[in-house]
Design a protein around this ligand. Structure first.
Ligand code: C2O
Ligand code: CU
Ligand code: CU
Length: 534
């Protein structure tokens, strides 16, 4: 039987309607929380641009400890408390209950250099009860598991397996985990976030994420804007009630509150709603990161003012790219240079689709700008396909119930607990063909590695579903310029086979790959993989 596809995909419909309210009536949210009434915040009733953009605090290390990889050396140790906080999201809202790190949400930023390892003691000091709706029918979140658990993963990090935040390696309140991050990789902006089996969408939504910058000499030599002219901005949407508290939507089935995606009513920048930033009429470097559960950002400045993208997930591109809009799927990062000098004395808004995120106020004059927009950033060798020792064909699948409601997604139609099927040998290169049989775009992420996007090619989904036959319906679309750098998360579009080429280097051991739409990931759109000795 053929399934009818409507013109707009379900994801687009959900996003455009912007209307969580329409799909997840407020009454349902209220019922699930045992509240009388929940009123949705109308962000348009709030004063805009009355508070400055907060910048992340820097993580501070307290002491040094022996390097687990080299007994003769020591490494800085960072002690990080994972805790519940109350934090002002907007001047005119009461403080919002969030989860964060060392007193802030999003967490303070780590800054280190390539090859300079560090240790983090992640200490779970969260309360015993979750304030968001846990679904005990999901794998890993069964009723016999403690409700509050956490484990932190460094996204994009080349990290040994026992420090990578395996989803089942969670700890309960009162316990901590010591992780070793060797950081043997090139300069880029990584981020750390919760990865707990079955509840990571809730823990991250509550606030458990933060940025992690790695620097290196190549980046230093480029003379990019730095210091106060380099601005990290972690963006995410959240559903806020009129009383300023966060709400996580529920399905209407109290036994199984999981929903397939969350699109919310406010966009936060570094945890603030409608902040502003005063800038000088000069070049700035913005390190943008999409920390939403499911929302894709289509970012633009002013009336589509031109920006230059210089980097993506895994660091610098080969050369800058000029863009007026920037598409960022959950977990994707963009490194951007924006020149405010033509706009002295003007204001501009950073937007996504119809939403205003924040305002930049450009001063009439400022100090001399000595930074440059380099013509070339770093050489990036395109990996020849011939280097791959193996090609794996892997499907992205969605199970629907009788009324075409999503019951969850899978990778290769395989549940989380099935034995490992992807077992690349260390120091070999593989091509992964991701065959998307669903109606959504999925940002697929592999731990440990960086990879390159080869191409996306349209194919006949129905043929594949009927006969497991891959019949292409058009030519392969090569990676666009901004996707030609090193990536760790790739958008797999509906109706396409997305091919990536992946050198498996670093460490042997057990890791995971998954969709970074957190609702999908939590409902088993995640699988282990194991890097084995050759
Ligand atoms: Cu952002 Cu499994 O990672
Ligand atoms: Cu990751
Ligand atoms: Cu997905």
């Amino acid at each position: 039987m053929r399934r009818k596809y409507c013109f707009l995909t379900r994801r687009k419909f959900l996003e455009r309607s912007g209307a969580l309210a329409a799909l997840f009536p407020v009454a349902r949210i209220a019922a699930a929380n045992g509240l009388q009434e929940v009123r949705e915040l109308d962000p348009n009733t709030l004063a805009k641009y009355v508070e400055p953009l907060p910048l992340p605090a820097m993580m501070q290390s307290s002491e040094r400890r022996p390097d687990p990889a080299d007994a003769g050396k020591t490494l800085p140790l960072y002690r990080v408390r994972i805790e519940e906080l109350r934090q002002k999201t907007h001047r005119d809202l009461p403080p919002t209950r969030v989860w964060g790190f060392n007193g802030s949400c999003p967490g303070p930023m780590f800054e280190t250099r390539s090859g300079e390892g560090l240790l983090v003691e992640w200490e779970n000091r969260l309360p015993e009860k979750h304030f968001l709706p846990v679904d005990h029918t999901l794998c890993g979140a069964e009723a016999d598991k403690p409700e509050v658990r956490c484990v932190i993963h460094l996204h994009g990090g080349r990290t040994p397996p026992d420090s990578d935040g395996y989803p089942e390696s969670w700890v309960v309140p009162g316990k901590s985990i010591l992780c070793h991050y060797p950081n043997r990789q090139e300069a880029t902006m990584l981020f750390y976030h919760d990865h707990t089996m079955g509840i990571n969408r809730l823990n991250i939504y509550a606030g458990l994420q933060g940025l992690f910058a790695i620097r290196d000499e190549r980046e230093d030599a480029l003379n990019l804007p730095q210091g106060k002219y380099e601005v990290p901005i972690l963006l995410y949407d959240r559903f806020l009630r009129a009383d300023g508290q966060m709400e996580y939507p529920v399905s209407g089935d109290p036994k199984s509150p999981w929903v397939p995606e969350v699109y919310s009513n406010v966009m936060l920048a570094n945890g603030k709603l409608f902040p502003y930033m005063e800038v000088e009429p000069r070049r700035y470097r913005f390190r943008l990161m999409n920390g939403s559960n499911a929302r894709f950002f289509r970012l633009s400045f002013g009336d589509l003012w031109e920006m230059h993208q210089i980097g993506s997930d895994q660091g610098l591109l080969a050369a800058p790219i000029t863009a007026k809009r920037m598409l960022l799927a959950p977990a994707e990062r963009a490194d951007i240079l924006f020149d405010f000098s033509p706009y002295a004395g003007k204001n501009t808004i950073l937007r996504t689709d119809g939403f205003d995120i924040m305002q930049f106020r450009v001063a009439a004059s400022g100090a001399k700008d000595t930074s440059v927009l380099p013509a070339l950033l770093r050489p990036i060798e395109r990996i020849p396909e011939s280097r791959a020792v193996r090609t794996r064909r892997l499907t992205l699948d969605e199970a629907m119930d009788k009324v075409q409601q999503s019951m969850g997604m899978k990778l290769n139609n395989t549940p989380w607990h099935a034995p490992v099927t992807e077992n690349p040998a260390i120091d070999t290169t593989e091509i992964w063909e991701l065959v998307n049989l669903t109606e959504d775009t999925h940002p697929i992420h592999l731990h440990l590695v960086r990879f390159q996007l080869l191409d996306r090619r349209p194919f006949d989904v129905f043929d594949y579903m009927d006969k497991t036959e891959l019949r292409y319906t058009g030519a392969a679309i090569p990676a666009s310029p901004e996707e030609r750098g090193w990536k760790d998360t790739v958008r797999c579009e509906r109706g396409h086979v997305t091919r990536i080429i992946v050198p498996f280097v670093g460490y042997t051991g057990r890791y995971v790959w998954h969709c970074h739409i957190l609702e999908h990931e939590d409902n088993e759109m995640m699988r282990p993989f194991e890097v084995v000795r050759a």
